[in-house]
Design a protein around this ligand. Sequence first.
Ligand code: NAG
Ligand code: NAG
Ligand code: NAG
Ligand code: NAG
Ligand code: NAG
Ligand code: NAG
Ligand code: NAG
Ligand code: NAG
Ligand code: NAG
Ligand code: NAG
Ligand code: NAG
Ligand code: NAG
Length: 634
Amino acid sequence: MDIPEISSSLPFIRLLSILYPLILSCKVLACNPNDLTALRGLAGCLESDIGGWNVSNYDCCSWTGVTCANSTSSSLRVVGLELGSNRLYGTVCESLLGLDELKTLNLSNNFLQGSPTRFFLFQNLEILDLSSNDFAGSLSASIWLPSITSFNISHNHFSGSLNFSLCDISTNIQVLDVSNNNFNGEALTFFQNCTSLQNVSFNGNSLSGALPANLLQLQNLQRLHLQDNQFSGQLDDRIGNLSSLVELDVSNNNFTGNIPDMFGSLGKLEYFTATSNKFSGKLPNSLVNSPSLVKVVLSRNLLSGPINFNCSSMVRLSTLNLVGNNFSGPLPDSLFSCKTLTAFNLARNNIGGEIPNNFRNLQALKYLSLSNTSISNISLALQILQNCKNLTMLILAHNFDQEEMPDNLDLQFKSLKALTLTKLQSLIYNNVSVERLVPEFPLVKTRQNVSGLQYIAIDSLPPTLDLSNNRLTGPILPSLGDLRQLHVLDLSHNQFFGTIPGSLSGMKSLETLELAYNKFSGEIPQSLVQLSFLSKFSVAFNQLSGEIPTGGQFMTFPGSSFEGNSGLCGTNLKPCNVGRTPSPPPPPPQPGSSDDDKMEIFGLNFAIGVVSGFLASAPCCFTCLFKLPRRHGN
Ligand SMILES: *[C@@H]1O[C@H](CO)[C@@H](O)[C@H](O)[C@H]1NC(C)=O
Ligand SMILES: *[C@@H]1O[C@H](CO)[C@@H](O)[C@H](O)[C@H]1NC(C)=O
Ligand SMILES: *[C@@H]1O[C@H](CO)[C@@H](O)[C@H](O)[C@H]1NC(C)=O
Ligand SMILES: *[C@@H]1O[C@H](CO)[C@@H](O)[C@H](O)[C@H]1NC(C)=O
Ligand SMILES: *[C@@H]1O[C@H](CO)[C@@H](O)[C@H](O)[C@H]1NC(C)=O
Ligand SMILES: *[C@@H]1O[C@H](CO)[C@@H](O)[C@H](O)[C@H]1NC(C)=O
Ligand SMILES: *[C@@H]1O[C@H](CO)[C@@H](O)[C@H](O)[C@H]1NC(C)=O
Ligand SMILES: *[C@@H]1O[C@H](CO)[C@@H](O)[C@H](O)[C@H]1NC(C)=O
Ligand SMILES: *[C@@H]1O[C@H](CO)[C@@H](O)[C@H](O)[C@H]1NC(C)=O
Ligand SMILES: *[C@@H]1O[C@H](CO)[C@@H](O)[C@H](O)[C@H]1NC(C)=O
Ligand SMILES: *[C@@H]1O[C@H](CO)[C@@H](O)[C@H](O)[C@H]1NC(C)=O
Ligand SMILES: *[C@@H]1O[C@H](CO)[C@@H](O)[C@H](O)[C@H]1NC(C)=O
């Protein structure tokens, strides 16, 4: 009777006997106990929890960010610990050294403190990324990372000198990034025998003196970032020995003398940036004939002589920034052969003369600034440059001495997003005036509230009409509402008056409408609630009255958007008196619609020009705006 039962359970027993060693081996192949202790130690000494870690669970290989692999021992060893961007606080403790098989340690972008140099002691570590924390301390000869290939401690508070031989021990290091710390002094013997080194970032420290000689012997060096230090003296022409170099940035240092004629041997160099030094003399011949260079930034130096870039040789040149030197004119008409040139900034040099006719051939050109270069003949300039079909931003401010805006110019700029002419200095985008924007463009600043400066490519500039901080007066044109593509309209800090036209609701794409600090009166048009993308709105400090519109995005605007208007009321601000219909004061006298009156609008002595991207959709408006000031003063 029992027999069938036993026999029926036999397969199960057999299965067990097969599985058992596997189950055993699974147990054996769990996280190595030493590694478990090390990781529990780390979790214990941090002030914050580590998301995804259950330290009661023995299988540390399943914890977030932990990678295990086989080793010679019978347990699984931790080879990777990647806890970047985990909001970790506190001090990393030495228990971490228990992870003696670790190959990758990535704690980047947290809030970790203390001096980790005492655990720069990993036999097998290949990748160390401690960037963007609050670590401090000095790098010293006690570093012992014989297997390291990539070492990144950028954006911390490390200090002291870099005077020791890194590659006596770390012979395989390829990437070294110690940027944005507080290192100082001369970097003397640091690079002895670092033959594998490819990319070095020293930028954003206080290093001084000359470049370390043994750095200039590294044949595999591709990227050398030395910017934002206090290196001085002549730029060592032995940089020409670095034949693998792709990027060289020496900007914001104290280099003097000529730029060495070293580019002939730098056949792979694509980016050369030397802004804000004291380089003087003429451009070296090998630079203006380099076939590899893509981006050349030499702004804010003391360079002089002609602008003799030879685009028959420079077949890849895309960005040329020469702002704030002493280059002299005229504008060479050989530049037209720069078929790949997209950004050219020559502001603040001694050029003079007219724009050569063949500039019309610069078909790739997107950004051009010739601001403050003493060029003349605005009519010719605009006629020529409108043929540059890709031109997005054109800045010609501070030129055309005593010239008047031309009559009857039939302008056809196709993709222009922003145009600044004579004295309108503050076409600004998020509080950066053109004068600050020009030197560095094609970069503009944005997101001011974030700590530090953030830059975005101007490519991503939304269609913007920014006339804030001028002395513009008059009412605003109802036809502005036709600018359907406009995303940002900023007229704040001017002297505009009259009512806010209800037709502004036609700007269906509008995200930002800034009208603060003017003299607008009357009510806020109810139609503005139709602007469904509006996320930023201010009419503060005007003379508005009546009830704040309700509905739409208006429910989301804070009281500060409306403050400084004694007659305004509504839920955002203060409740309106029940039963009393607010009667707006009569609008101030408004100009009629003749040309002369329109001129008053942007009036004054500004000869202006403005903006588009949306121009394609509103070409006539551009022409109107453009013509506005032309006969002013008659
Ligand atoms: C943590 O792991 C232990 C042991 O595996 C388990 O009992 C416990 O439920 C886990 N806690 C959480 C919150 O998952
Ligand atoms: C670990 O080693 C075993 C046996 O040598 C092998 O079958 C397995 O694929 C290895 N696993 C890993 C992740 O290397
Ligand atoms: C470290 O982790 C971050 C993500 O948190 C990642 O962006 C970064 O590339 C990693 N560093 C390395 C050297 O892989
Ligand atoms: C080092 O880390 C920073 C910040 O995480 C990163 O921006 C930088 O590209 C890294 N450096 C290298 C050479 O990868
Ligand atoms: C660099 O280190 C060497 C040896 O430790 C020392 O003799 C020399 O004075 C140091 N130089 C500087 C500038 O710190
Ligand atoms: C570094 O290079 C020098 C000269 O090339 C050599 O004498 C020395 O032995 C090297 N040191 C190491 C640790 O390789
Ligand atoms: C080194 O820099 C070059 C040039 O910027 C880049 O192409 C390369 O990927 C970098 N190499 C490493 C290992 O980061
Ligand atoms: C390095 O450059 C210097 C000066 O340009 C030259 O005299 C020297 O021979 C070069 N050394 C090597 C190894 O190329
Ligand atoms: C730059 O060099 C000059 C001498 O050439 C010196 O007077 C000045 O102090 C240096 N500036 C800095 C910031 O190192
Ligand atoms: C410009 O470059 C071309 C092509 O490399 C060359 O033939 C010509 O001589 C160069 N012109 C000057 C003035 O250097
Ligand atoms: C700029 O160059 C002119 C000659 O073209 C010279 O007279 C003047 O002194 C230079 N200015 C500076 C600041 O070097
Ligand atoms: C002009 O811009 C368009 C769109 O960005 C691009 O496809 C085209 O190649 C550019 N023209 C030239 C000549 O670079």
